[in-house]
Design a protein. Structure first.
Length: 153
């Protein structure tokens, strides 16, 4: 039996894993959809090396998805059993990572702030990250439910 502290750590590990996997399934799945309808044409599962470590871009995105998964869980912990939880994870997922990318990461990489206010770029970010947020919450919910059922046995 896990104590409260161990349970919280396990929950955060699940949150990281859910965020990581959600990038691979939901974020990139939405990108495939957006590419198919010609809304955008970003590469899916990009393997180009990132700086400074040369890690494939998709693994870097998935890692940061895991980190954001932890933040998502911390922000929404008190809402988990409420109906507003799903709206909150959608909005948090869409807004927080997109804003950080547009206003922090892009300028650090020498790109224009907010993608030069390109509507398609902003909308793509909101949709990709919104899908990521919902996917992360869904995967986390599945993991937590599985652990809860296993505890009851």
């Amino acid at each position: 039996m896990l104590n409260r502290h161990q349970s919280r750590i396990l929950h955060l590990l699940f949150a990281f894993a859910a965020g990581f996997i959600s990038v691979l399934l939901f974020h990139q799945g939405m990108l495939i959809f957006l590419n198919q309808i010609n809304f955008t044409q970003f590469p899916v599962y990009p393997t180009n090396p990132t700086q400074p470590f040369g890690i494939p871009a998709i693994l870097s995105m998935a890692f940061w998805g895991g980190v954001w998964g932890i933040v998502l869980v911390i922000v929404t912990l008190s809402l988990r059993k409420q109906l507003s939880y799903w709206l909150t994870v959608l909005l948090f997922g869409a807004l927080a990572p997109t804003a950080v990318f547009l206003f922090v990461v892009s300028p650090l990489k020498g790109m224009p702030v907010a993608g030069g206010w390109d509507f398609r770029l902003i909308a793509t970010g909101l949709m990709l990250n919104g899908a990521w947020g919902l996917g992360t919450a869904l995967l986390l919910q599945l993991a937590v439910n599985k652990v809860s059922r296993a505890k009851k046995r």
